[in-house]
Write a protein that binds this ligand. Structure first.
Ligand SMILES: *Cc1c(COP(=O)(O)O)cnc(C)c1O
Length: 458
């Protein structure tokens, strides 16, 4: 089209009201939630940017698919549909349905992990790391050096550091590597894309040392968008062809369909190797369900099959990436420090830069998350030392490499005026940013503490 406005390529058929709250109400809600927005009720939130996971709006077609979902225990038609779409997309021979991404992760990493094993990724997502460490294995993140400098521009900031990959494989010995995981796009690393060239380099090193290579492919369609527009050789390929080529490089993939599957629940594990897939099937049957439904209802599988096709529509992907960038670019113009360039599913604010007065031990990201809620009823998530911090033996915080706050954009849910509102909330955040103080953790758990931790303001 010859117009500069790119509008949402859909009409709204069914709506969900938003409860409007005052700052006083939000003050008391947040206190009762121990200053952790994960503990808020959703109707206390106006614009929910906590996650893009499972929060997508389904299409009329997907809802129609729900009605014809086949709920048979074995051999459901809806499974055949989901299986054929995933087979066509990934090319892998063995496909197992799971109730969400982490179920696929738990099955695969339980089998590949254990004491003495090492997993290597551009950046392990939080559930990925937790599932690996739970088996006794270690998880090492090796994003390219540019990835940890929020303001530095690089077209594929999600790439893995290839030299380090080879060094670590040699140092740990190939037989001790659980697998190499390329997360596309790199969620915890700022939603940044991975280039096809990088995926090819990872593959050749994994081949050279005979090490397993898996994709964490939750956002493979968004990643394909960036490849088509930033990697010259791919400009005339379709998004789906690009995704297919990337799958062809790996030995398998885990997917949370709650992202680019455009559904509220679901996932899968896809594997080329027959022996490994047999072992995975056994675990699947013990904890998830029979191999033709995993943890899913027939209607969920039908919706996934349709969603995985819709996600590759060019008008959708254009709107998706451009609308996320719109939020990021406007915040950038106002002087909000953020991760550049803007990733696919979210805008990541650099809270350390925004609040230089707050030391990392006092969690500047958590402070920003609370400010966003108090000032605007906007819910975001800290991706910094609350999520990834560790303690030394002397109980001192070993901080994460960055203190980010993620504004994740649910797919097909919010309109431009919702986003304009979020931009306005940031104007208020900038006005009194010097007065904001840090937070202290008053309660925490050993794994994934960010979900349940309690905080107090200092
Ligand atoms: C969401 C996500 C997962 C886990 O998937 P769930 O469906 O939430 O269990 C794994 N990896 C990445 C990159 C993700 O974004």
């Amino acid at each position: 089209m010859n117009y500069k406005t790119i509008f949402e390529p859909f009409r709204i058929k069914s709506i969900e009201p938003i409860t409007i709250t005052t700052e006083d109400q939000r003050n008391s809600y947040l206190e009762k939630a121990y200053y952790n927005p994960f503990l808020l009720d959703s109707d206390q939130v106006m614009i929910d940017l906590l996650t893009d996971s499972g929060t997508s709006a389904m299409s009329a077609n997907q809802w129609a698919g729900m009605m014809i979902g086949d709920e048979s225990y074995a051999g459901a038609k809806s499974w055949n549909h989901m299986h054929s779409v995933i087979k066509d997309l990934t090319g892998y021979h063995h496909i197992l349905p799971t109730h969400q991404g982490r179920a696929a992760e738990r099955i695969l990493y339980t089998l590949l992990g254990g004491n003495g094993k090492t997993f290597i990724s551009n950046t392990h997502f939080d559930t990925t790391r937790a599932n690996i460490e739970y088996t006794g294995a270690e998880a090492i993140d090796i994003p390219i050096p540019e990835a940890t400098h929020p303001q530095e521009i690089h077209p594929f900031k999600g790439n893995m550091d290839i030299e380090k990959l080879e060094e670590i494989i040699k140092e740990k010995k190939p037989e001790n590597i659980g697998c190499v995981i390329l997360t596309v796009t790199n969620n915890s690393g700022g939603g940044q894309p991975v280039s096809m060239k990088n995926a090819k380099d990872v593959r050749s090193i994994c081949k050279k040392y005979n090490v397993n290579f898996f994709l964490d492919c939750c956002r493979i369609a968004e990643n394909s968008y960036f490849i088509k527009h930033r990697e010259k050789e791919y400009e005339s390929k379709t998004y789906k062809e690009i995704a297919q080529e990337m799958f062809s490089l790996a030995d398998g993939a885990v997917m949370s369909a709650k992202k680019d599957g455009l559904v509220n629940m679901g996932g899968f594990l896809a594997i080329e190797d027959e022996k490994l897939s047999e072992k995975c099937s056994n675990l699947l049957i013990i904890t998830e369900g029979f191999t033709t439904y995993g943890g899913l209802s027939g209607r969920d599988m039908e919706a996934i099959a349709i969603g995985l096709k819709e996600i590759f529509e060019p008008d959708y992907l254009l709107y998706r990436i451009v609308s996320t960038a719109y939020l990021g670019e406007n915040l950038h113009k106002m002087g909000v420090p953020l991760m550049l360039p803007i990733g696919g599913h979210a805008v990541y604010i650099d809270s350390k830069e925004l609040y230089p007065q707050i030391p990392v031990e006092q969690y500047p990201g958590q402070a920003l998350v609370c400010e966003l809620y108090l000032k605007g009823g906007v819910r975001a998530v800290e991706i910094g030392s609350v999520m990834f911090g560790k303690y030394s033996e002397k109980n001192k915080l070993i901080p994460a490499s960055m203190e980010l706050v993620r504004l994740a954009i649910p797919r097909r849910v919010y309109t431009q005026s919702h986003i304009e509102y979020v931009i306005e909330v940031f104007e208020k955040i900038l006005e009194d940013k010097d007065k904001v103080r840090g937070m202290e953790i008053t309660f925490e758990t050993l794994f994934l503490r960010h979900f349940t931790a309690h905080f107090k303001r200092l």
